[in-house]
Design a protein around this ligand. Structure first.
Ligand code: THU
Length: 140
């Protein structure tokens, strides 16, 4: 029981970090701003936002920005990621990672335990395991 309360508090903190990260979103083309907060196994948190491009395909999702920041700094073991997204000046909408980001997650995370959390507010969120979202991802 106590453990659950502690876990909830930590999750709220992670959701707040994702909401803050979303403020950095560069999304002049879609108008859809996304933030992500990735928690590593050592407890550290890496954030990201989506960064778009006039040529469209160079656009990078918030989740990948968070992963690449972590991995480029030598952190490669992760527990969970929170994603928040919505129209730039609107409310948060349910946002689930795209297939490319799921494939990046699969490279570094145990799909049976890694949690992908789509949040709308600190209290409204859905938790899924990576394996549910990408059951047949590519592995070498
Ligand atoms: N996007 C993300 O950053 N993460 C997601 O989980 C879904 C989509 C971005 C990509 C693009 O900049 C915008 O949202 C609209 O697709």
């Amino acid at each position: 029981m106590e453990e659950q309360v502690i876990r909830k508090t930590e999750l709220a903190e992670l959701i707040r970090a994702a909401v803050r990260a979303r403020e950095g979103s560069y999304c002049p083309y879609s108008g859809f701003a996304v933030g992500a907060a990735l928690q590593a196994k050592d407890g550290s948190i890496f954030t990201g936002c989506n960064i778009e491009n006039a040529a469209f395909s160079p656009t990078c999702c918030a989740e990948r920005v968070a992963f690449f920041k972590a991995v480029s700094g030598g952190v490669t073991e992760f527990e969970r990621i929170v994603v928040v997204g919505g129209r730039k000046d609107g409310d948060m909408e349910k946002t689930t990672p795209c297939g490319v980001c799921l494939q990046v997650m699969l490279e570094f995370c145990d799909p049976e335990t890694f949690e992908v959390i789509s949040a709308r507010t600190e209290k409204e969120y859905e938790v899924r395991r990576l394996t549910e979202l990408l059951p047949y991802g590519f592995k070498l």
